[in-house]
Design a binder for this molecule. Structure first.
Ligand code: UDP
Ligand code: MG
Length: 329
């Protein structure tokens, strides 16, 4: 982790994989948008490129002290690359964007202005999106709808990389899988203010797209994880116990039915398939509750091993804290 020298206002984080031809124009456009307006740095994160992208970045770095380059040993994925960039960022404001020129650096000042109105995250919205309709835009629409519903944080375009964040917000989120897109939801759950801005989106003109339809399924799996962690990570027994309770209720009702069929209609109990279902549901109940208890153990390890509190503090007013002489007797 690097320390803020108190100079950099803005860190632009650009993850990239094999984008050799896009880098020069991207760099020029970023400079054009930011030079003279902000004290900024650009952090390029080379996520294991094999096409000479790194050599181009090296040239930028040699000529420009505002350029920092992080090079991964192999391809770890866009989320990991963003995460590395975020943890090295020195600016109070962090901008993330793609390297393929689909995001437009000219939008950055607008996002920054919006953030300075008092928001913690400003998310880009690619209203006129230039990607394939069937394999990209349609699944993305459905995913955005679902994510908005499930997280309760309504955004049109979770998948847009171009977003502006206050650095403190990023410091609290650890990223896995495809999770960088969920930062606005995670941040909002911790009390951050989220805004949205329509941004320009351009077709990819060089290099190849790295993702297809398969990503949507991963995003949905991540959504389930995020929701689970967000809602139940401190009390998993409530969700497992809740399911267990439901199963117990079914088992009880079915059991009653089996007995009443025997009493009223003389139906043989041992030959009644409902008796078997009762037994299965009863076992399921026990399983769910045991699973809940196991999850409780894991949660304690999770929070305590990382020293992760189960709450987020905004500020503390305490005259004796830090500044005063804390005389310990
Ligand atoms: N990217 C990356 N690592 C990967 C895949 C992609 O850093 O494993 C970068 C890629 O170079 C680009 C951005 O992530 O800068 C978005 O990728 P792409 O344009 O292929 O995705 P899409 O625009 O279709 O979301
Ligand atoms: Mg792209």
């Amino acid at each position: 982790m690097t320390h803020d020298k108190g100079q950099t206002e803005l860190s632009v984080v650009v993850p990239l994989l094999d984008e050799q031809e896009n880098l020069r124009p991207l760099y020029d456009q970023i400079r054009q948008a930011l030079d003279g307006r902000y004290a900024y740095e650009i952090i390029f994160v080379d996520d294991g490129s094999t096409d000479g992208s790194f050599q181009v970045l090296e040239e930028f770095h040699d000529a420009d002290p505002n350029v920092r380059v992080i090079r991964f040993r192999k391809n770890f994925g866009q989320t990991a690359a963003l995460s590395a960039g975020f943890s090295h960022a020195r600016g109070g404001i962090v901008i993330a964007m793609d390297a393929d020129l689909q995001n437009d650096p000219a939008d950055i000042p607008m996002l920054v202005a919006k953030l300075r109105e008092g928001y913690d995250v400003v998310s880009g919205w690619r209203k006129q999106r230039h990607d394939k309709a069937l394999t990209r835009r349609l699944p993305s629409r459905m995913a955005n709808w679902l994510i908005s519903k499930i997280t309760g944080v309504k955004l049109h375009d979770y998948g847009c990389t171009l977003k502006a964040y206050r650095r403190e917000v990023l410091a609290q989120t650890k990223l896995y899988g495809e999770m960088h897109r969920f930062i606005p939801a995670l941040a909002s759950w911790s009390g951050a203010q989220i805004a949205e801005c329509v941004v320009n989106h351009r077709p990819r003109t060089a290099g190849v797209a790295k993702y297809g339809l398969g990503r949507t399924w991963k995003v949905i799996l991540d959504l389930i994880t995020v929701k689970f962690l967000g809602s139940f990570s401190t009390k998993p027994i409530y969700i497992f116990g809740g399911l267990g309770g439901l199963m117990a209720l079914f088992a009880f009702l079915l059991g009653l039915m089996v007995i009443s069929q025997k009493v009223n209609a003389g139906v043989d109990m041992s030959g009644n398939p409902l008796l078997l279902l009762t037994a299965v549901l009863f076992l399921t109940t026990i399983q769910f509750i045991l699973m809940g208890l196991l999850a409780e153990l894991l949660v304690r390890t999770y929070h305590e091993s990382q020293n992760r509190p189960t709450y987020v503090i905004r500020e503390i007013l305490d005259a004796t804290d830090g500044r005063g002489d804390n005389v310990n007797e």
